[in-house]
Ligand binder design. Structure first.
Ligand code: PGA
Length: 270
């Protein structure tokens, strides 16, 4: 059961897939598929669930334009644009990076922070991720803060300690500055791209601990923060996961590259 303002949220993380023209084709296919799958609940997108897509940076502009065109007849009922990365500094000599101002100009509503691939492959640590979170305070771009343990950490029963440390680092750097817009995504690293999903009960246990940490930090506002699950979410397991009391949506990698599968995952919110 979701509180009224914890609208289920389904987010695609395309990682390094889909060029600008492929992204436009995807959105053009997704629109009719989603309309068909949710035909019984015509305003479901926006009223019953929210969706966002995080494409690779070069596809942000084209996808953003396509999503705005699709949403045009029904303002507020569209799919939001999300970025996969941001640099903590406002601007400067940071080759290959993107700034908050650029994301705002592109119309991004969200940005992924602390994804395990950024942590593991690009050496991003808690302090760097907290600095990115600080940059977002007072902006129109909301963070989707990813936390999650590795297999080795789970096996030595350090899951909650790791997840709380990752969360607390970003929360303490931003005090209450992100309370209203923060989205958290719990993604056990061993479940990402492996086909191995956490059971709904196991995911719920960690989500409940994240909820407690949010409430400890924000007070009752922490009850309103959406906590997404990520890690091999697909049409066949989405409904069970989304039925858990503290699972408020999904961050979807592989299955989000197929418009049919992505639409089916969203429809599992109904
Ligand atoms: P996956 O990726 O759905 O392919 O496991 C999830 C993610 O990395 O966000």
């Amino acid at each position: 059961m979701n509180l009224p303002n914890r609208l289920p949220f389904i987010v695609a993380n395309w990682k390094m897939h889909l060029s600008p023209s492929q992204a436009e084709d995807f959105a053009d296919q997704l629109g009719p598929v989603l309309a068909e799958i949710t035909a019984a609940a015509p305003n479901a997108l926006g009223e019953r669930f929210e969706m966002a897509i995080a494409p690779a940076s070069p596809s942000l502009d084209r996808l953003g334009q396509t999503l705005r065109r699709m949403a045009a007849p029904r303002p507020g009922g569209g799919i939001a644009l999300a970025a996969q990365n941001i640099h903590p500094e406002a601007s400067g000599a940071f080759t290959g990076e993107v700034s908050l101002e650029m994301l705002e100009d592109l119309g991004c509503a969200y940005v992924l922070l602390g994804h395990s691939e950024r942590r593991q492959l690009f050496g991003e640590d808690d302090a760097f991720i907290a600095a990115k979170a600080q940059r977002l305070v007072g902006s129109g771009v909301a963070p989707i803060l990813c936390v999650g343990e590795t297999l080795e950490e789970r096996e030595r029963e350090a899951t909650l300690e790791v997840v709380r440390r990752q969360l607390e680092s970003a929360l303490s750097a931003t005090e209450d500055g992100l309370a209203a817009q923060l989205v958290v995504a719990y993604e056990p690293v061993w479940a990402i791209g492996t086909g191995r999903t956490a059971t709904p009960e196991l995911a719920q246990d960690v989500h409940a601990a994240i909820r407690q940490a949010l409430i400890a930090h924000y007070g009752t506002a922490g009850e309103q923060t959406r906590i997404l699950y990520g890690g091999s979410v697909k049409p066949s397991n989405a409904r069970e996961l989304l039925a858990q009391p503290d699972i408020d949506g999904a961050l979807v990698g592989g299955a989000s590259l197929n418009p049919n599968d992505f639409a089916k995952i969203a429809a599992a919110c109904l």
